[in-house]
Design a protein around this ligand. Structure first.
Ligand SMILES: *Cc1c(COP(=O)(O)O)cnc(C)c1O
Length: 363
């Protein structure tokens, strides 16, 4: 990712840091001295505020009006997409005798949130007027937009969005708009000339490739289980719901206690691979909620208790998020955020394991 030394960094830690665990992600990413944090909803911001007292926490998804009070109370920074919501924030700030900051989202083509770039003449003036009415209760701290196709090799579409965004900045009343931020992970690679402006990296921080033909980050996440049971079966034996796989010879099958209830995509049934003792072996039959069977006939030394890698490296072999996503007909984001709380999260650094988070209702 390309971000200049002074570029405000806003790491996105929404969705529990893409499923990895927000508290740990925040403590690791704090070393980079980010300008602030990005979450999606008020509840995430409130949780983050318990561990982050100083930095701005931006709530990026439009919030419902009845959530404004909780956000203001926790000192969150709302991202605003319309004037009536902004008025709600301003009223809440006045009623609670608080000063709040907001960032305005400009919709330059994403279409899900933000002020329409074409209508800046109307909303620019309306926002300005409202801020004056509320006499400094609300500070217009930043203005941003979000790319819809920066992951694609075709740079035309982010460039078009940048042009629309720049037009909006020029049309705003003088001195308004504050800081600006445009790039997600992919934008940070494709548009290096924006490197001095704010960036909002997400997927790349968590080990996902940000887009087509972009560099792979180092491995961040692995999904591993252990072999619980090994059986030798004669040719023709079937496995799993629907009996969709039949042993082609005398085979050895290993059962692992991870399934789609843990977020292992069922679409990997009879398609995906796992790594055992540094070798690739196939998933056979349908993945069940709690169990997956892999075929280890050619690995006679494998024993119960041996580690099975569904995602990540083992020896020279590696299964990437992107391989998994392609086979499951989805993207790396959905793979990461799909891992359920039943899986314990084990955090390690160069020196080894630093923390283990086990959900009380997990394993
Ligand atoms: C999720 C999100 C990002 C991060 O996107 P990545 O593709 O994960 O880098 C940036 N900005 C906004 C507004 C987001 O919602």
């Amino acid at each position: 990712m390309i971000a200049g030394p002074d570029a405000p960094l806003i790491p996105m830690v929404k969705a529990d840091a893409y499923g990895l665990g927000m508290a740990r992600a925040v403590s690791v990413l704090s070393r980079e001295e980010p300008w602030g944090w990005g979450v999606a909803c008020v509840a995430e911001g409130v949780r983050l505020r318990e561990m982050e007292s100083a930095r701005p926490i931006l709530v990026f998804s439009p919030a419902a009006p009845d959530e404004i009070a909780r956000g203001v109370e926790s000192g969150l920074t709302f991202c605003v997409s319309d004037v009536s919501f902004l008025e709600g924030v301003a009223r809440e700030a006045r009623d609670r005798d608080r000063r709040v900051a907001v960032h305005l989202e400009v919709d330059t083509g994403m279409g899900r949130a933000g002020f329409d770039w074409r209508a800046v003449g109307e909303w620019g003036a309306a926002v300005d007027e409202l801020l004056e009415d509320f006499e400094g209760r609300v500070r217009w701290e930043g203005t941003f937009t979000h790319f819809h196709s920066a992951d694609d090799v075709d740079e035309a579409s982010p460039e078009l969005q940048v042009r629309r965004f720049e037009e909006v900045l020029e049309a705003l009343p003088p001195g308004r708009g504050g800081m600006d931020h445009l790039c997600n992970s992919a934008g940070g690679f494709r548009l290096p000339r924006l490197a001095s402006r704010g960036v909002r990296p997400g997927i790349f921080l968590y080990g996902g490739v940000a887009g087509t033909a972009l560099p792979a980050p180092e491995e961040v996440v692995a999904l591993r289980g252990r072999i619980a049971l090994i059986r030798e079966v004669p040719e023709g034996t079937t496995v799993g719901y629907g009996a969709t796989y039949r042993a082609r010879r005398r085979e050895r099958w290993a059962t692992v206690g991870i399934g789609y209830g843990d977020g292992l995509r069922r679409a990997l049934s009879n398609r995906g691979h796992v790594l055992v003792q540094g070798r690739r072996v196939p998933i056979v039959g349908r993945i069940s909620m709690d169990m997956t069977v892999v075929e280890i006939t050619d690995l006679p030394a494998v024993r119960p208790g041996d580690v099975v890698t569904f995602l990540g490296s083992d020896g020279d072999e590696r299964i990437t998020l992107e391989e998994m996503a392609t086979l499951a007909d989805t993207n790396n984001y959905e793979i990461l955020t799909g891992f359920t709380r039943r899986l314990p999260r084990i955090w390690s650094d160069e020196s080894g394991t630093v923390a283990t988070e086990v959900n009380p209702r997990g394993r």
